[in-house]
Design a protein around this ligand. Sequence first.
Ligand code: ZN
Length: 311
Amino acid sequence: MSELNKLAEPRDVEIEYETDTPVTYEVKGNVAWIMLDRTTFNNAQNGQMTYALDDAFVSATNDDEVRCIVLGGNGKHFSAGHDIGTPGRDLHRDFENRLLVPSHTNKPAAELLYTREKEQYVGMCRRWRDCPKPTIAMVQGACVAGGLMLAWVCDLIVASDDAFFQDPVNRMMGIPGVEYFAHAYELPPRIAKEFLLLGERMSAQRAEQFGMVNRVVARDELRGTVSEWAEKLAEQSRLGNWLSKQAVNQVEELMGKRSAMDAQFHMHHFAHAQSHLMTGDSISGLDGKAMATANRKDADRSKAGKGDANG
Ligand code: ZN
C-alpha cells in the first residue's frame, strides 16, 4: 500500500466532560428552545455539544408540534467559540457521523482536521441552516468565532445590547476566518474585511446597522422579545415559513454562498496545515485562555484609544 493510503493510529487523549448534557432541549407551546449549556466554559463547542445540538435540531424537525426553533446559550455568553482547550475538548474522539463523511481520528496529518471540520463544522452548520422550520438565534454576551457560526445559521438574530461579535482567528492564528464563511454575506465586503483582518469586537448595535442582527434589546427583554417572535412564527403557515426561508437562502446560493464557503474552507485548511508545519500544531498551540487574555487586552487597548471598545 502506498504511503498516501495508510491510516494512522488514533491518538489516545484523555477527555473529561464536565456535563452529560451540553445542550438542553425544551418544547414550550409550539416553540423548541435549544440552549447551549456548558456555562463553565462560556458554551465552548466541543464535539459532544455539536452532536447534542444536531440531536436537538433533529427532534425539533421531526416533532410536528414544533413550529419554530430558538437557539440560545445559558449563562453570561452565547458562545465563546469552538473548544480549543477545556478538559472536554474531544478533537480526537469519533462520533457517529451524520453526513457522508468518514471517521476522522485515524486519518494522518492534515486529513484528520479536514475530515472532522467537513462534518462537524461546515457540514453540520449547512444542515442546520437548511432546517425546514424558522430559527431564531438569541444572543447575549460573547458571540465569538465558532459562536458566529451558530448565530449565522439561524434565520433571525435577536441580540441583547451587551452582545458582541468577533472573529479573531486571522489575528490570533493566521487562519482566514471560521469554517462557516458567511462573513461577506452577513456584512458588506469592506466591513467583512475589517471584521476578518482586524478581528476586533463588533457591538450588537453596529452589527444591527449592517443588518447582521435583526433587533437589539435590553438584556432583560431578550427572552421576551424572542418568545414573541417565535410564537408569532409558530402560528403562521408551516409550509409558508419553510418556503419563505428557502426563498431567501436560495438568493444567497445564487450569490455564490456555497462556492464562496467551499473556496474559503480550503484556504482555512491550507492555513491549518501551514501552522502545523511551522509550529507542530494546527492552531499554533493556542488555547482558550491565551485567546481570551489577548482578546481582553485588545478590547482594553481600543477602549483607551478610541473611547469605543467595540467599534
Ligand atoms: Zn478549522
